[in-house]
Every structure is written in C-alpha cells, then in structure tokens.
Design a protein around this ligand. Structure first.
Ligand code: PAF
Length: 282
C-alpha cells in the first residue's frame, strides 16, 4: 500500500500516473464502512483515488475529544487494501499540511455556518474549511466525496468550493448504518456495549419523527424528541432541530413549498453522536 507522508511525495505519485479523473476522500482515519462506501464510489467514478488520513486539530473545540480520537493507520491501510491496492494514502503530520502555524483561516460561509454545529462547536467550520482547502490544494482532485451524516459540513464544503472557485465536483453519499440503525462513525468504537445498543434510539427517534411529520406540528415534534431523551439516563440530547434543508435555518412552522430535514446530536458519556434524516416537503 502506498502511504505518503508529504505533499511532495504525494504530488510526485499523482503526476506519475497523470489520471484524467482523480477522486479524493478526506478522512480523519479510524475507517469504517461509511468511509469505505465513499472510497468505493471514488474508485468507481475515477481513474485514481486518494484517501487522506489526518486528525485535524483546528476543527476540535474539545481537547479531550481530539486526544481520544481513535488513530489506527495500520488497520486503515489494511481496510483500504481490501478495496484496491492502487489507492494513494496521504497521511501527513500537521506541519506538512499547515506549515509552521497550525491555525484556522476564517471564511465567510454565511448563515449556514451559524446554525447547529456552527453554534454548538465554535470555530469548527473554519477548522474544517481550512483543512479541506489545504487538502484540495495538495491533492487537486476532480471530485471529492463526503458522507451525508455530516450534512451541514457537506453544505459548508460546497460553499468553500464556491468561495475558493475550485473546479471540484462535491459528491454527497448516503449514510451507512450499523445493524441497529446507529449511523457509522469513528467515534462509535469509543462506546461501551450498553451505550452502543442504547444509541439505536437516535435513528429510531428520527424515523418516528418522519412517520409523524405529515400529521404533526414542528412544535409537537420538538416536544416529542425532548420527552423521549429526558427519560433516558445514558443519552443526553444536545440538540434536535428541524431545519429548512436548503438554508439550514431552524424551522418553527412548515411551508409546503420547502423541504425539511431533522438533525440530532446526543452525547453518550464523552462520545458525541450525530445523525440526520430528510423529512420531505412541509
Ligand atoms: O468529516 C471528516 O472526517 C472531517 O471533518 C474532514 C472532512 C476529513 C476534515 O477533517
């Protein structure tokens, strides 16, 4: 497997193959089936595929979360090899990507960056925007693949492409779930068996919200989710929001011309879990 630690080596390897289409999957490692589905799509649609593995310090608002983020590069490389041994892995240290100053740039992402994750994790999207633009500059892909679990992040990346005028196609991919419905995430490995089982409640609740969507008001649905988690002693609801899917603005009342999406964030002990489900028209 080809693991490149520096941009110079990576660029040399890409130039050597001069692919007409280069697919890119940025990750923070601890790969799971969700990542693998993105890589599969990137392989399918391109001549060459690059996967980056880099736990980006500037997007963490919680130092403990950064410290505890799983780092499993050897296992990640083995997993990628099961898909293809032609994948190029870029696994830099922070200095190779950022240079001497490991610091976020600030972006004018507009109102979408102020909602949900933007409000709860200050500086998070500037960190994501910074690392993704550094990675795009290093890899110069034709297309880049992101999971819809981080739906707001996906919209931020699309905005980043607009701001920086990148000629890169951004591909959003379906959420891959555990058998109990929990969205696949690198953080799931930090859950105890009991927490893992109980965390099925996130998706179950989102599905119930979808079932009730046509016959209930947003106020009632917010109350339903709040009550569901209030009774639960292992899962703490950080937020539940129904938002306009296009603007990500929190919705209070439905309009039948708009499309809506539910967003949920819950913590199980120290582990933060995120999920989302499209609800359709109002
Ligand atoms: O979604 C992620 O894993 C990260 O936010 C990303 C896009 C790799 C940037 O560090």
């Amino acid at each position: 497997m080809n693991i490149y630690k520096t941009q110079v080596e990576l660029k040399e390897a890409i130039t050597l193959q001069s692919p007409s289409k280069l697919g890119f999957v940025p990750t923070m490692g601890a790969l799971h089936d969700g990542h693998l589905s993105l890589v599969e799509k990137a392989i399918e649609e391109n001549e060459l595929c690059v996967v980056s593995i880099f736990v980006n310090p500037t997007q963490f608002d919680n130092l403990n979360d950064l410290k505890k983020y799983p780092r499993t590069i050897k296992k990640d490389a083995d997993l990628l090899k099961t898909l293809s041994d032609q994948i190029l892995i870029y696994a830099p240290n922070a200095e190779d990507l950022y240079g001497a100053k490991i610091k976020s740039s600030t972006f004018k992402f507009g109102p979408i960056a102020k909602e949900m994750e933007g409000a709860y994790r200050l500086g998070h999207f500037d960190g994501v925007g910074t690392v993704v633009s550094l990675l795009f500059d290093a890899v110069q892909p034709t297309a880049a693949y992101f999971g819809e679990k981080d739906f707001q992040q996906l919209q931020i990346i699309k905005k980043l492409v607009e701001i920086k005028e990148y000629n890169i196609r951004i591909v959003g991919c379906d959420i891959i779930r555990e058998t109990n419905g929990l969205a696949r995430s690198s953080r799931n490995t930090r859950l105890s068996k009991v927490q893992f089982d109980e965390a099925a409640l996130l998706y179950k609740t989102l599905q119930e919200v979808k079932q009730k969507w046509q016959s209930s008001s947003i106020l009632d649905l917010n109350g339903f989710v709040k009550n569901t988690f209030e009774k639960h002693h292992l899962l703490d609801l950080e937020y539940f929001v129904i938002a306009n899917e296009a603007t990500l603005k929190t919705a209070i009342r439905k309009r039948n011309t708009n499309t809506y999406r539910a967003f949920i964030v819950v913590t199980a002990g120290e582990v933060r879990l995120i999920d989302t489900l499209s609800l359709g028209k109002g």
